[in-house]
Design a protein around this ligand. Structure first.
Ligand SMILES: *[C@@H]1O[C@H](CO)[C@@H](O)[C@H](O)[C@H]1NC(C)=O
Ligand SMILES: *[C@@H]1O[C@H](CO)[C@@H](O)[C@H](O)[C@H]1NC(C)=O
Ligand SMILES: *[C@@H]1O[C@H](CO)[C@@H](O)[C@H](O)[C@H]1NC(C)=O
Ligand SMILES: *[C@@H]1O[C@H](CO)[C@@H](O)[C@H](O)[C@H]1NC(C)=O
Ligand SMILES: *[C@@H]1O[C@H](CO)[C@@H](O)[C@H](O)[C@H]1NC(C)=O
Ligand SMILES: *[C@@H]1O[C@H](CO)[C@@H](O)[C@H](O)[C@H]1NC(C)=O
Length: 740
């Protein structure tokens, strides 16, 4: 760096051939020829005249923000500049004869000094600037502004002495210039209210700026009538008396110590702008704002300002801009804005307990263009208050507690809306209903995963230039494609990969920037419908059950009754079942779930009241079940036949035995079928004879277990039928033992 300085200095000193490389020259819109040599690390003022190639006919020379510390005599030789700007240098000394060559031309001069060295206005400035109209001196260490110091400057209109440590202004300090000075800026000094005596001599003064001084009290009566602009911000004002300032248009009193009790008088009739920010004013005195005033801008930011009743703004019918930020306002009285029908711009930022209702903004429905309600703890329910603002252009609701937009079409009726700022909320969902006038949509720092934009919505939002989605957990799947295409189309291709739209799903894309992905990476792996089943409850009721992987998409049920389409049902996504009632029995139904991506169907046939059956689209499984049952029945039948055959054989065998032994008749006992060792007297049956009894007996005789005896014949049957009939009949039925 140091080498570079040396080099430049050397070039400038020796030949100045490179002056054209160091400085740019041109013509500004207002027709002024300028030479611009700012921020070139120059340590000396270049010798323009020694460069023959350089066009010396220019009006303005800008040498600001260099390292120039000394202004030599004759250094501007040959120049005829009107304006010389040297702010941002730390001038340590000025030759007594400096500027003399510019004496007839120089009208405006801006100089900045090294305050540790220069403690008075240099002689060259006092004597050699006789045509100067505007003088700005920054960073002198003056303490006192001496008498007659501007005596030579017979044309001075604008004087700025900024950061000059002025504590006192001597009598006659503004001598000579008091007849023509119109603008006086004495900001960043140590002046108190005593200065007003001297300032009052400036009979043509239009603008006075005294910000960042030590003024404690101000009786504006002292000031002359012509003053239009007064800046007393950043002082220690405790008391203000406002009387008779009939030309005053702008009054800035911000950052003082004013309270409602210590403001006297009323605002001047012509006052258009009143800034009272950062004071302790909680109410506006009754007479402070009079009838027929001209106030267009009122700012009472950070004052604990109270909106006590609805008529506190009653004479502000010309008000266009109102700043009520940082006042801890909780309730806006009903009808407050009925008194401000011209209001275009309203700032309510940082009133953290603000509550809004549907009629809060009544009276300014059509006038309001800008509204800002940042950090007001607004919830989605309070959004309804904004719905009446038909001509809104800018809506700033950042840093609130919004989770969704309600009503969904809130913005779509604001046909002039340019800017919506919803950053730093808790938005999970956002509707797609925006007016086509929208240019800027800021949604950063929310919880949005899926956005409702498709190609069509983007087509409608043809004016959209800025879309901020940074710091949202985006789901980078097939649904985000329209957004991806928009990104590619609206950002410079070099910048697209760096746009901070970060994916948080699917897992393999976590942390990736959407712009850094390719189209093929944006796929929907998971199906939205992860399960879908259909049950018959009875002949007229079907239960549908499903589960979804994402709740953000619409879900529809399409029902076909014998191939006739029934009305489409919009299902509640948060539930996972639905009951279709009053259906026709014995009818084919086709039930289809539809999302944007998927269409899934199940077929079912209702029954005719007999039994509950379950069926699904795959009917083959039920038919195979039927086949299985058939096999089972056949098996059982064969089994029974075989057992019967065995019984026959046994009975045959028994009969053969009976022929050898005599009959035991009359009373027989029935044994428990499972009793293998019981006596004959366990139970006495009324029935005399039965096949079973005998067969059991016979079985018992033969010590075999009656496992297959499971039915007992009715007793009547037994009584009606003589046992011998059976005995006689059995041989008739008896077939030759075809056995096993
Ligand atoms: C305000 O103006 C109206 C008509 O323009 C006039 O009748 C009324 O007297 C004025 N009020 C004051 C206090 O000047
Ligand atoms: C609305 O805000 C913008 C940007 O802050 C500003 O340029 C514009 O002048 C404002 N409109 C009104 C009517 O105050
Ligand atoms: C959306 O637009 C992109 C290009 O802008 C195109 O490739 C894509 O096919 C479109 N998608 C639909 C569903 O129209
Ligand atoms: C959807 O179902 C949920 C849970 O049963 C219920 O809280 C919600 O109100 C329902 N929404 C609609 C629109 O029916
Ligand atoms: C129902 O579907 C079955 C085939 O699954 C078909 O045989 C029957 O004719 C259908 N009934 C009606 C009423 O369409
Ligand atoms: C369900 O029924 C419809 C006609 O109602 C038919 O087109 C479709 O193929 C059937 N689906 C299945 C899985 O049987």
């Amino acid at each position: 760096m140091y080498l570079k300085f040396l080099l430049i200095t050397f070039i400038v000193h020796s030949s100045c051939l490179n002056l054209l490389d160091i400085c740019q020259s041109g013509i500004r819109d207002d027709g002024i020829n300028y030479v611009h040599c700012a921020r070139k690390s120059l340590t000396e003022i270049p010798h323009f005249s020694s460069n023959r190639l350089f066009n010396l006919a220019f009006d303005e020379l800008i040498l600001s923000d260099n390292l120039i510390t000394h202004i030599h005599a004759n250094v501007f030789n040959g120049l005829r500049i009107k304006r010389l700007i040297m702010s941002g240098n730390h001038i340590k000394s000025i030759d007594e004869n400096a500027f003399r060559e510019l004496e007839n031309y120089l009208e405006e001069l801006i100089l900045e000094f090294d305050s540790t060295i220069v403690d008075r206005i240099p002689q060259a400035i006092q004597t050699n600037l006789i045509n100067i109209k505007s003088l700005t001196l920054i960073g002198l260490n003056l303490r006192t502004l001496s008498s007659n110091i501007f005596n030579q400057m017979k044309k001075l209109e604008s004087l700025t002495l900024k950061s000059c440590n002025i504590q006192f202004i001597e009598i006659n300090a503004f001598n000579t210039i008091d007849k023509h000075l119109r603008y006086l800026y004495l900001d960043y000094n140590k002046l108190n209210e005593k200065i007003f005596i001297e300032i009052n001599r400036l009979i043509l003064l239009e603008k006075l700026s005294l910000s960042h001084n030590y003024i404690q009290e101000f009786d504006i009566k002292l000031l002359n009538f012509n003053l239009q602009y007064l800046d007393l911000s950043y002082n220690y004002l405790k008391k203000l008396i406002l009387i008779n300032m009939n030309n005053l248009q702008i009054l800035n009193l911000q950052n003082n110590l004013l309270t409602s009790e210590n403001i006297y008088g009323s605002i001047p009739k012509q006052l258009k702008e009143l800034i009272l920010d950062f004071n302790s004013i909680n109410i506006i005195n009754k007479n402070f704002i009079t009838e027929n005033n001209s106030l267009e801008f009122l700012s009472v930011q950070s004052n604990e300002f109270l909106l006590t009743n609805s008529n506190i703004f009653q004479h502000l019918n010309k008000l266009k801009k109102l700043n009520l930020a940082r006042n801890n306002i909780q309730i806006i009285p009903k009808g407050l804005f009925n008194f401000t029908p011209s209001l275009e711009d309203l700032n309510m930022d940082r009133n953290p307990l603000l509550s809004l209702s549907i009629d809060t903004f009544s009276g300014i429905e059509y006038s309001l263009h800008n509204i800002s309600c940042q950090s007001c703890s607004l919830t989605s329910e309070s959004l309804i208050a904004f719905s009446c603002l038909k001509n809104l252009q800018r809506l700033k609701l950042q840093s609130n507690l919004l989770t969704n937009i309600y009503p969904e079409n809130l913005f779509s009726s604001m046909l002039k809306l340019h800017v919506i700022d919803l950053q730093r909320n808790q938005l999970i969902q956002i509707s797609s209903e925006f007016p086509s006038s929208l240019r800027e949509l800021v949604l950063s720092n929310n919880r949005l995963t899926i956005l409702p934009f498709n190609n069509q919505t983007f087509q409608q939002l043809s004016q959209l230039i800025t879309l901020d989605l940074s710091s949202n957990p985006l789901q980078c799947d097939c649904h985000i494609k329209p957004l991806y295409y928009w990104l590619l189309k609206h950002f410079q291709s070099e910048l697209v990969p760096y746009v901070q739209w970060i994916c948080s799903k699917p897992e393999y894309l976590v942390g990736k920037k959407l712009g850094s992905l390719t189209e093929h990476q944006l796929i929907c792996q998971e199906k939205e419908i992860s399960s879908f089943s259909v049950w018959l409850k009875d002949s007229e009721t079907i239960i549908i059950e499903w589960s979804l992987t994402s709740l953000s998409l619409p879900l529809k049920l399409i029902v076909m009754e014998n191939n006739n389409l029934l009305p489409i049902i919009n299902l509640n996504k948060t539930q996972n079942y639905y009951v279709l009632e009053n259906l026709k029995s014995s009818t084919n139904y086709s039930l289809c779930l539809q999302t944007n991506e998927q269409y899934l169907c199940r077929n079912i046939t209702t029954n005719n009241q007999q039994y509950i059956s379950l069926s699904s689209s795959s009917s083959s499984s039920s038919s195979s079940a039927i086949i299985d049952i058939e096999y089972l029945i056949i098996g059982i039948t064969i089994g029974i036949i075989i057992i019967l055959l065995i019984l026959f054989i046994l009975i045959l065998f028994l009969i053969k035995q009976r022929k050898q032994y005599p009959h035991s008749l009359k009373s027989t006992t029935i044994d428990s079928y499972y009793q293998t060792t019981g006596s004959d007297t366990t139970q006495i049956a009324t029935c005399n004879n039965s096949i079973e009894e005998h067969s059991i007996k016979s079985l018992k005789h033969h010590q075999s277990t009656p496992i297959f005896c499971y039915c007992q014949l009715p007793s009547n049957y037994c009584q009606d039928q003589p046992s011998y009939h059976i005995y006689h009949e059995i041989p008739l039925y008896n077939k030759p033992p075809v056995i096993i």
